[in-house]
Design a protein around this ligand. Structure first.
Ligand SMILES: [Zn+2]
Length: 331
């Protein structure tokens, strides 16, 4: 019997649900990025971080039917021992701030009554440009140049898709530790050398402040995903503080609401958070911070280093990962 059928059999038997009930109270936080009618159309910029509208709609229907959607505010109170949550509680989150969050995902969430948290990269909202991993991906996958020379003078041939992806990953390793102006200079240098115009693909890809205000008005939470999307564990403490603090200030000024939730970007390098960033996030005034480490949340977890689960690209896959999450497995 295939693995898929074994999983389906276990889900149908509800054994996983019974096993989950025996475990300590937990919440699963789901991590999404982009929801598009035709995800394959954005492969050159977003890679594989998109969900199709159809699958996302069915996944949210599953969350409403078999689980209990909760907000990140509720989850924070749960970790403080100040609020009981329903069993099988699920929090839905989005990273980066793509315009489809407002145009495609939010209408589905609003219709079903699912509260979500949208973590935005402030620079991308203000400039309308895609986050840097997408800019690099677009540059390496579409350039007509035949090669690229990195900072250590190594030449990368750009012929096959896999060669282009290898060079892209090398550029990501270099860029992930940069933030602010230095990061922008690196990106412009790569785009100039590879002779690509990133504005072509960026146009209309990100939310603007009006879009974000609409999400807040509908009762969703908006959180920070930094100013310029660096790997926070690989920039200096001073730079990390700017990313935590400046993004919070700008968002509070633009939206008129306190910003107390944070999501760590996770580009290329590992780890993507560390003890000093957790302390910094506390000092700056965040209440929760989500990572991309897999797993569920228990009552006594530190709310400034929360785990999230991957929703997978299928409805059954999400169902399985949620059941595993409530049984305390890492997904
Ligand atoms: Zn991100």
């Amino acid at each position: 019997m295939s693995k898929v059928w074994i999983k389906r059999g276990l889900l149908a038997s509800r054994i996983t649900r019974l096993a989950g009930r025996l475990c300590q109270a937990q919440v699963v936080i789901l991590m999404y990025h982009s929801v598009l009618d035709q995800p394959e159309s954005e492969f050159v910029t977003l890679g594989r971080i998109m969900h199709s509208t159809e699958v996302f709609k069915k996944q949210m229907e599953l969350v409403c039917r078999d689980y209990a959607p909760v907000s990140m505010d509720d989850l924070f109170l749960f970790t403080q021992g100040q609020k009981e949550l329903p069993s099988r509680a699920v929090a839905v989150t989005f990273d980066d701030g793509y315009v489809d969050n407002h145009e495609v995902a939010a209408p589905i969430l609003n219709r079903l009554g699912v509260p979500a948290t949208f973590y935005i990269t402030v620079d991308c909202i203000e400039t309308g440009r895609l986050p840097w991993p997408s800019r690099l991906r677009y540059a390496f996958l579409t350039t007509k140049r035949k090669s690229w020379i990195d900072q250590s003078s190594r030449t990368w041939v750009l012929a096959s898709l896999s060669q282009r992806e290898q060079a892209f990953l090398r550029a990501c390793d270099l860029c992930a530790a940069l933030a602010g102006h230095v990061q922008e200079q690196f990106l412009l240098a790569v785009e100039t050398e590879l002779e690509v115009d990133p504005t072509v693909r960026s146009e209309g890809a990100m939310m603007n402040w009006d879009h974000v205000r609409t999400l807040v008005a509908k009762g969703h939470i908006v959180g920070s995903h930094t100013m310029t999307h660096p790997n926070m564990a690989h920039v200096s403490d001073d730079q990390a503080e700017i990313e935590f603090l400046e993004s919070k200030r700008r968002m509070e000024r633009a939206l008129g609401v306190p910003i107390v939730h944070f999501s760590y970007p996770c580009p290329a390098l590992s780890p993507h958070w560390k003890e000093s960033t957790v302390e910094l996030s506390r000092e700056v005034g965040y209440r929760t911070a989500v990572t991309t480490n897999g797993g569920s949340v228990r009552r006594d977890d530190d709310p400034l280093r929360l785990h999230r689960a991957r929703p997978t690209k299928e409805v059954d896959g999400l169902h399985w990962n949620l059941e595993c999450g409530f049984m305390g497995c890492t997904v």
